[in-house]
Design a protein around this ligand. Structure first.
Ligand code: FPP
Length: 232
């Protein structure tokens, strides 16, 4: 059987979900955050050890200040409830992305949550916040260049394995499956390095409506794939 230990999700379609129901757009984001809690639990119940979700991209700052503030407040609430959820479910939570761009209080919440859950051995949940794949690669390259300058590593020693140590996901295996809800077929600057060999599953279902049956369908899609890595 194809081994599936890491699912990455682009949680798209919150606003269209709300629009379809003639509800304010922000309700879509609220339902999206509620659904993330549900899906995290279901992912673990389906035997998957890692879940990485795209909550806010480096491009999302271009949205209206009202929407940005709303999503940041949702992030605050989500991080707060995650302390309790993590303790109840033995879940380890980490945030990937450029923390420098986040408000100070959110950065403090992240530090507290990551510290409180570091020893938990259940689901590993990674929340991508102020995350961009190119930005992550640039930050990794900056750290590397500095270490090179300081004489810690030699340019000739650089290979894929070493480079991975400088990414936000350094000790997390690459996702075997990437799910995108909301029907668009773009990668949207998500986990650019890590999805090099991921299977991609796109569903028209909007994120707030993505439930257990949809998750099972995505997993079954993956399990039915004949995984090949270019060599055969
Ligand atoms: C994409 O839907 C979703 C986002 C930009 C935000 C994702 C946020 C959540 C799921 C809830 C917040 C969770 C945390 C932890 C902060 P969209 O707004 O692009 O929807 P559309 O494609 O219908 O316009």
């Amino acid at each position: 059987m194809n081994d599936l230990q890491h699912i990455a999700i682009i949680m798209d379609g919150n606003r269209r979900w709300a629009k379809e129901k003639l509800l304010p757009q922000m309700v879509g984001h609220q339902k999206g955050a509620d659904n993330l809690r549900e899906i995290s639990q279901l992912v673990w119940e389906n035997g998957i050890k890692y879940l990485t979700v795209y909550a806010f991209s480096t491009e999302n700052w271009k949205r209206s200040p009202k929407e940005v503030n709303y999503i940041m407040d949702l992030a605050r609430k989500f991080l707060k409830t995650s302390i309790k959820d993590a303790a109840a479910n033995n879940m380890r939570v980490r945030v990937i992305g450029n923390k420098i761009g986040l408000a100070q209080d959110i950065r403090e919440q992240i530090t507290e949550l990551e510290k409180a859950t570091v020893d938990f051995t259940g689901l590993n949940l990674q929340i991508a916040l102020n995350y961009g794949g190119r930005d992550e690669i640039i930050r990794a390259a900056q750290k590397l260049m500095q270490q090179c300058k300081d004489g810690i590593i030699e340019a000739a020693a650089l290979n894929e394995e070493l480079f991975e140590h400088y990414l936000d996901t350094s000790d997390i295996p690459a996702p075997e499956l990437l799910i995108r809800t909301g029907g668009e077929s773009r990668v949207s600057n998500y986990l650019l390095w890590q999805i090099a060999y991921s299977e991609i599953y796109i569903t028209n279902v909007f994120w707030p409506d993505f439930k257990e049956a949809d998750l099972r369908e995505a997993i079954n899609f993956y399990l039915a794939r004949n995984r090949r890595f270019g060599g055969e």
